[in-house]
Design a protein around this ligand. Structure first.
Ligand code: ZN
Length: 275
């Protein structure tokens, strides 16, 4: 049996202990997943594994557990692919199908927690989760294995999985969407506009993962141009685009981007120390 250890301790020059965390990109694709069903693609496009993008989600591996950000319809296969067999807490950024329809499969992962998964999101998205998964709020019944969710309001600051999580509320069209910052890392998906009071929380980043769905403008998402404008404003050291459509070909797109801006891909792993 293999044991995967994601958290390690490093020491700074004074011998002081510093904790670290890492991030796995489970999915980097837009809502349809890429390739889209019913669309024909060139062999060149399909031959690059990085153009095969499951629905958008990450796991943050903290000192005290794994924090899942969004539960996509591909969650089960994503977690099997990455050999991640424990999820301890979940944040749902917003209640769109591509970010929450994997939640039914949280039931197996919640056994470690007494059969109930603790999930953090905005009240408006909690209502959508209750509407889609009403059976996840029933009293347990003998012989019937249903998912059970315990919903919590998101707060500006949370302590989850041994990490201090800062949350921001941004706009995804008219919908509120949660963005997160952990130390010098931030994750923004499905964002179209950022309120001024939240923008100031995005300075001095080491790494930003940000949604950039396509080249053409989109009513609810940053396109590449808008994401690059944000990057120019806040100057993170390195950036990965996510929630990517099939307009963006991994074979060619990065050559037109600034050197510190790359495309995320399924399975990308990043490591950070907590200062
Ligand atoms: Zn969305």
């Amino acid at each position: 049996m293999f044991i995967y250890i994601y958290v390690w301790i490093v020491y700074d020059n004074n011998g002081m202990e510093k904790k670290s965390f890492s991030v796995t990109v489970l999915g980097s694709g837009t809502s349809s997943g890429i390739p889209c069903l019913g669309v024909k693609y060139s062999d060149a496009f399909l031959s690059n594994p990085k153009n095969h993008r499951t629905r958008c989600s990450i796991v943050i591996h903290g000192p005290e557990g794994n924090l899942l950000i969004d539960s996509s319809p591909d969650m089960r296969t994503q977690l099997l692919r990455e050999k991640i067999d424990e999820i301890d807490r979940v944040i749902i950024t917003h209640a769109h199908a591509d970010h929450m329809f994997g939640m039914h499969d949280l039931r197996g992962l919640s056994l470690k927690h007494g059969g109930e998964m603790e999930i953090y999101t905005l009240p408006v998205h909690q209502q959508s989760i209750r509407n889609v998964f009403p059976f996840a709020f029933l009293e347990p019944q003998p012989g019937i294995w249903l998912p059970r969710f315990k919903l919590h309001d998101i707060a500006p600051e949370l302590s989850l999985c041994g990490l201090r999580i800062e949350t921001m509320i941004m706009k995804h069209g008219k919908m509120d969407v949660i963005a997160i910052r952990v130390g010098d890392f931030a994750y923004l998906t499905d964002v179209k506009t950022i309120p001024e009071n939240e923008l100031k929380k995005l300075y001095h980043l080491d790494t930003l993962i940000v949604g950039a769905v396509r080249y053409k403008p989109h009513p609810n998402h940053f396109n590449i141009e808008e994401a690059l404008a944000l990057i120019k404003e806040i100057s993170p050291k390195r950036v990965y685009f996510t929630h990517i459509s099939d307009e963006i070909d991994h074979n060619t797109a990065e050559k037109d981007l600034p050197e510190h801006v790359k495309l995320a891909y399924d399975g990308l792993k990043l490591s950070f120390s907590i200062k």
